[in-house]
Design a protein around this ligand. Structure first.
Ligand code: SAM
Length: 243
């Protein structure tokens, strides 16, 4: 299938990823709950806990989409802090902004349409940069990690929350059946879009394993890198610091 992105030229991949998120933007939140049985909310909470956010912090929620992580960060940074919700896709960003405004959140939140590979922020801007379920879709992941490193303040941390690889064979079997057989069917019925959800399953399989991503983060300059497996490795949170 053409969703195996290894064979697809870079420009086409960028356009494909954009298409995927344009077509799912409106059903995105419903699908997240449905696909993960609501567990993504717990994964996100843990990611924010691991970021050790203090009042007054400046946080970048990169590939922030409809803003789930921004909502969690916003509470912690307080009115003197700031969260920038940043995404490459204007539809996702618009959906996110409308949602946050409807929740009455606005004072300490800003919005930016950005590509993670070349962030338009000054060096040493953020106390924390978090990319949640986003790095997988980025074409040049090393460039994104270097860009994240550059905009972090010394002492700041990078958090990568992403689907990863099951750590035991039984989970792997169940998960494979779920994602290649059930998931595309759920996608077809709920979001009327089977292909996007087939792409999701394939992109997860192609994403670097836990150790490999850790090595990539170190190569980008991050230090004290470690990861935490959640739900038997179906998701992993990587954390690294800039010193
Ligand atoms: N972080 C949100 C969450 O966890 O609910 C949204 C995750 S969503 C699966 C992935 C997001 O990454 C999409 O909104 C997509 O537009 C964005 N994205 C994909 N490639 C990107 C890039 N190169 N730079 C910034 N955002 C990107």
């Amino acid at each position: 299938t053409h969703f195996g992105f290894k064979q697809v030229p870079k420009q086409e991949k960028v356009a494909l990823v954009r298409g995927v998120f344009n077509s799912v933007a409106s059903q995105y939140d419903v699908m997240n709950d449905l696909m993960s049985l609501g567990i993504h909310r717990i994964w996100k909470r843990i990611a924010v806990q691991l970021a050790n956010i203090r009042e007054g912090y400046h946080v970048l929620d990169l590939a922030g989409g409809t803003g789930d992580l921004t909502i969690l960060f916003e509470k912690r940074v307080g009115k003197h802090g700031e969260v920038v919700l940043a995404d490459i896709n204007s539809e996702m960003l618009r959906t996110g902004r409308d949602r946050l405004i409807n929740k009455g959140l606005s004072g300490n939140i800003r919005y930016a349409q950005v590509n993670a590979e070349c962030l338009p922020f000054a060096d040493n801007t953020f106390d924390c940069v978090c990319i949640g379920f986003g790095l997988r879709n980025v074409t040049d992941k090393d460039a994104a990690l270097r860009s994240i490193y550059r905009v972090l303040k010394p002492g700041g941390c990078a958090i990568v929350l992403e689907f990863s690889h099951p750590i035991d064979p039984i989970t792997e079997k169940v998960y494979d059946f779920y994602s290649f057989n059930l998931l595309p069917k759920i996608g077809a019925v709920v979001a009327k879009d089977e292909d996007s959800y087939r792409y999701l399953a394939e992109s997860i399989r192609m994403h670097p394993k836990q150790e490999e991503l850790k090595t990539m983060m170190e190569a980008a300059g991050l230090e004290r890198c470690e990861y935490f497996n959640l739900t038997q490795g179906i998701v992993a949170i990587h954390r690294g610091y800039k010193f």
